[in-house]
Design a protein around this ligand. Structure first.
Ligand code: ARG
Length: 453
């Protein structure tokens, strides 16, 4: 039976029930709903609605219910209840009879659902922080294993300048550290307790909402009942944090898909995280990485979904807001599994150093070095840039790297060039020069890695 039957003389249509029920989605809030109900039993006992004995019986029955649904989670959906709040209340009444009907005194499903969802966000947010930390650890250990492998760095997907593989790893560490701090910030902001704000105007019972918030582990109670029951900023923020982090994951996936391509051949992925082709026996496809890239799209979709659902909703609660959970749950599930998968991919990843080095040696990645060399010999940079451009055109025409020109040929481009130019054009020298903070010299990369550890 619905919680609100008294005013109605006709049953809901089957289609309306199917359309309106949220249990198939919000069953995941069962633990939070029971924990919130236990805290509510105490709160209404404090204002004289329940005796101590009644409160004890309700709390005991709620604890039993929690144990039962953990044992048999499928019983929730099988109940056919309208939503998770109805399920918990009807199960409670089945256990303790009329006493169960007292629990909803002074409470609305509007402050209840807001509380359940925030409790869930806090729990999931902590789990995500843990997974982000694990991914960061996987990147740090890959950086340690492959720190000094040299590969080409790219701009416009054209070989630009050589970089250390460890530098690439630490670039993503920076991104995931920002994701961690964004999520921490969001979790701090959502840490306020909606319970005790009623349907929209506040509860009519003079309870201590500070104590209630504390008993549920929140930092503080919310301060305005109208805002509280219609606030879903935390859902938008979590989806947004997830979308940004998925953007980082998908960029990392894309880099690795390219590194793994036959054309680059920079890395080898573990058999555990790749699959074969049903037709082409030679294939080893980077499915895990492609799925990370692919799932990013649906996370962005859910962010747009919740923003659009909330747009222009009048105060206070509107049923539109029931649409908040499906997207959020999917976002958090997708984000979690992608973080885990990315860490697994990184843990089995091997760098093919011969290929990365030879690619770094091709494509005139040391052209900037020659320009800097000319600058050191007194030529203004703009002129040096022009001269080196001419050297590169000639080198391309002759199909050889700059360092294979005889000294005399180089001197024909710029008289200041001397024998020491060859040392300056080596990969080691290219890297070693980038030793200002944040650069790719091995000393800098090692220092950056040590600072993260
Ligand atoms: N299932 C609802 C939701 O998820 C619970 C709140 C219902 N409140 C109401 N006034 N109908 O939003």
């Amino acid at each position: 039976m619905a919680l609100w039957g008294g005013r109605f003389s006709q049953e809901s249509s089957a289609l309306f029930k199917l359309f309106n029920d949220s249990l198939p989605v919000d069953y995941r809030l069962v633990e939070e709903d029971i924990v919130g109900s236990i805290a509510w039993a105490d709160a209404i006992t404090g204002v004289g609605i329940l005796t101590q004995e009644e409160c004890q019986s309700l709390k005991q029955a709620l604890q039993e219910l929690l144990a039962e649904v953990k044992e048999q989670p499928e019983s929730i959906q099988a109940s056919g209840a309208e939503d998770i709040h109805s399920f918990v209340e009807q199960s409670l009444i089945a256990k303790v009879g009329d006493l169960g009907k007292k629990l909803h005194t002074g409470r609305s499903r509007n402050d209840q659902v807001a509380t359940d969802l925030k409790l869930w966000c806090k729990k999931e947010g902590q789990a995500l922080l843990e997974l982000l930390a694990q991914l960061k650890a996987a990147l740090l250990s890959l950086a340690e294993r492959e720190l000094d492998a040299v590969m080409p760095g790219y701009t416009h997907l054209q070989r630009a300048q050589p970089v250390a593989f460890g530098h690439w790893c630490l670039a993503y560490v920076e991104m995931f550290e920002r994701d961690i701090s964004r999520l921490q910030d969001c979790l701090q902001r959502l840490d306020t307790c909606p319970l005790g704000t009623g349907a929209l105007a506040g509860t009519a019972y003079p309870m201590d909402r500070h104590a209630l918030a504390k008993s549920l582990g929140f930092a503080a109670p919310t301060l305005n009942s109208l805002d509280t029951v219609s606030d879903r900023d935390h859902v938008v923020e979590l989806c947004s944090d997830a979308a940004i982090s998925m953007m980082h994951l998908s960029r990392m996936a894309e880099d690795l898909i390219f590194f793994n391509s036959g054309e680059a051949g920079f890395i080898e992925l573990d058999d555990q995280v790749t699959s074969g082709s049903s037709l082409m026996p030679q294939k080893k496809n980077p499915d895990a990485l492609e799925l990370i890239r692919g799932k990013t799209g649906r996370v962005y979709g859910s962010l747009m979904g919740i923003l659009t659902t909330m747009k222009a909703l009048p105060l206070a609660y509107n049923k539109d807001m029931q649409e908040d959970k499906e997207g959020l749950f999917d976002v958090m599930d997708s984000w979690s599994i992608c973080l885990e998968m990315a860490a697994l991919v990184l843990s089995g990843l091997k760098v093919n150093r011969e290929n990365t080095l030879s690619a770094a040696q091709q494509g005139y990645a040391n052209a900037t070095e020659l320009a800097d060399y000319l600058v050191a010999k007194g030529m203004p940079f703009r002129e040096a840039h022009h001269v080196v451009g001419e050297v590169v055109v000639e080198a391309i025409a002759q199909k050889k790297p700059i360092e294979e020109f005889e000294l005399a040929s180089l001197q024909a481009f710029a008289g200041v060039i001397e024998e020491d130019v060859y040392q300056c054009l080596t990969i080691d020298s290219c890297l070693a020069k980038r030793e200002a903070l944040g650069g790719t010299s091995l000393t800098q990369v090692k220092a950056a890695l040590a600072a993260k550890g």
